[in-house]
Design a protein around this ligand. Structure first.
Ligand code: ARG
Length: 587
């Protein structure tokens, strides 16, 4: 499967080689001046010095050679020696047919597949999810889809935050409300009642209650801290409660994530690696990686060339407890023992950069991971129109559930406006609203390079016009309806023949799919996929406007154009699926 630019590079490379110049000079790329020609090669300019000849003379030589050997190319020399290249219709036709015959519509796979773990989502048990967790979920899910598609062996893990002070806060608050529960008895050893003593609503209420009381009353906070320490030390009743809290949270999270179309292979959390911590700490001490400092155990991770000195990682606090970094290190150990990944990606906001740098350096120092085997895939913040981190009107953190609810509400209204309620029943309509809302939220997020902060504008995100998720769905739906209509007239897609410039432009876009996926892969940045599907939709629109399909009289032309439309739809839906977006049949 040779892509057009690569095919052209090979042809031009031969021409340079014949002139006893480096074939790499023949590299062809998409043109900066598509008004002149779709492809260009600047090799003659680069070769001039080496060859001791004026660049124009070299360009003439290349052109003359290609005139004899590559009749499928039209070559123009511009300015001091730029080569402008226009492939023939036959070349486009051959390429379009090859892409159309390929299951993956031209997308290749990585040369060296790895075992990859992706740690993303990361919601905290009992605390509501905020937009930071949304970004992590949307970016991480796209990366897992992409990396799997490109051939890596991927395992995703939600890595729940379930081992911090919030657990002690929940326990003490529940004890105040329901002191008669058996779990609070210090001699509790079971049996463990199967029924959870709380619902997800209880958890959502208990945590802010405890948190508010703790802020006012240091003694109350101390009680939570003590409960957390006892939980970590293994007090049976508290462990049983923890299990209940986690189970109740996971059940609710599974519903939310499944509505969002985000999947995790593993639903593990910080608490799952608790038993590994004592051994890990001992090992760090034995290897001399950890040292004692003011009653705590720390790992020094600063390096000479650090711009800003990195603080030591705290492995065990002076009160003897394990911290966030400790659970992350133990999780690396756990992953190594269970899956042994070549690479772990952490999709977490860039506010945690120092934390991950500390953890990675400590892990390498202790021989838990190799340099380059751990990667922090950072992302920026979602801001309000004031440019500051998004808040609710009341000033609180924006909750994921509210945001999704609002997007659905807008999508429903927009679909009602379009009169879709007349053709679809309520269930089907709600399914379309869900798809439109998810597309709006995901595309709005993913179209920005991940470290770029963006402003949250729901009105713009749900619009059917402009660079939005719903616009892309609308394009896909438009092609689907065209295909249905054609099928109704007994018309099947046929062999593709390219003639119009708009058709050639569409083929160039289709041809760019693989490159876009590889850029997204290499940068861990799904925005490249967004650019591709958006450009593809636009190229399709221009093609569709210039080359009518159903009204076309010539049967072969009609079927060729229909074939091109079917191919576009296939690649568009495939590209969208890699950013977690699903197109409905109608909207
Ligand atoms: N629970 C954390 C938070 O809400 C995110 C977890 C990220 N992953 C990790 N391995 N530390 O900030």
């Amino acid at each position: 499967m040779t892509r057009l630019a690569d095919q052209l590079s090979a042809l031009l490379g031969d021409a340079f080689a014949v002139m006893e110049l480096d074939p790499a000079l023949g590299r062809v790329s998409e043109s900066d001046r598509p008004d002149l020609a779709p492809y260009q090669c600047n090799g003659a300019l680069a070769a001039a010095k080496q060859a001791g000849k004026p660049p124009r003379a070299i360009a003439e030589g290349v052109k003359a050679h290609l005139a004899a050997t590559a009749p499928d190319l039209d070559i123009e020399i511009a300015g001091p020696g730029f080569l402008n290249i226009t492939p023939s219709a036959q070349l486009y036709t051959a390429r379009a047919r090859a892409i159309s015959a390929d299951e993956r519509t031209g997308a290749g796979q990585v040369d060296a597949p790895l075992k990859v773990m992706i740690d993303f989502g990361g919601p905290n048990v009992a605390k509501p999810m905020h937009v930071g967790h949304l970004r992590s979920s949307v970016i991480g899910d796209s990366l897992q889809r992409l990396m799997r598609f490109l051939g890596h062996e991927v395992t995703s893990d939600i890595h729940l935050g379930d081992w911090g002070l919030q657990m002690g806060q929940l326990i003490t608050e529940l004890e105040d409300e329901q002191p008669d529960l058996p779990y609070f008895d210090a001699s509790f050893t079971g049996p463990y009642p199967a029924d959870a003593p709380v619902t997800i609503e209880d958890l959502a209420r208990l945590y802010p209650q405890a948190s508010a009381k703790g802020k006012e009353d240091p003694a109350r906070q101390e009680r939570s801290r003590k409960a957390t320490a006892e939980l970590q030390a293994g007090r049976a009743g508290y462990r049983a409660l923890l299990r209940h809290f986690i189970n109740v949270s996971i059940a609710a999270l599974k519903e939310d994530f499944s509505a969002l179309g985000v999947h995790f292979d593993l639903w593990k959390g910080e608490s799952d690696v608790n038993d590994l911590i004592p051994g890990l700490v001992e090992d760090f001490k034995a290897r001399g990686v950890a040292e004692e400092s003011e009653g705590a155990w720390i790992v020094r991770v600063a390096r000479e060339d650090d711009k800003k000195e990195l603080a030591p990682l705290i492995l065990v606090s002076s009160q003897g407890s394990a911290l966030y970094a400790t659970t992350d290190l133990a999780t690396i150990l756990d992953r190594r023992e269970s899956i042994d990944p070549d690479l772990i990606l952490y999709v977490v906001d860039l506010g945690q950069s120092d934390h991950f740098e500390q953890v990675f350096r400590a892990a390498v120092k202790a021989g838990l991971a190799s340099e380059g085997g751990l990667e922090h895939v950072k992302f920026g913040t979602v801001n309000g129109s004031d440019g500051k981190r998004l808040r609710t009107r009341a000033g609180g953190t924006f909750r994921l559930a509210d945001l999704i609810g609002e997007a659905r509400e807008r999508a429903r209204a927009r679909l009602a406006e379009a009169g879709l309620g007349e053709t679809l029943d309520a269930g089907a309509l709600e399914d379309v609203a869900r798809k439109v809302a998810n597309a709006a939220i995901k595309f709005a997020d993913l179209q920005n390079y991940r470290t770029t902060n963006y402003i949250f504008e729901m009105d713009r995100f749900v619009s059917f016009e402009g660079k939005t998720g719903p616009y892309l769905l609308y394009q896909a739906v438009r092609i689907k309806s065209l295909m249905r209509k054609a099928a109704g007239e007994g018309l099947e897609p046929g062999e593709i023949n390219i003639s119009a410039p708009e058709e050639a432009a569409l083929v160039r876009r289709l041809d760019g799919f693989h490159g876009a996926l590889m850029r997204a892969h290499d940068d861990r940045a799904p925005n490249h996929i967004c650019e591709h599907v958006y450009g593809l939709s636009q190229a399709f629109s221009s093609f569709y406007a210039a080359c009518p399909i159903l009204p076309e009289k010539d049967e072969a032309v009609r079927r060729s154009r229909l074939g091109l439309a079917a191919l576009t739809l296939k690649q568009l839906e495939l590209g969208l699926s890699l950013i977690g977006i699903e197109a409905p049949e109608r909207m």
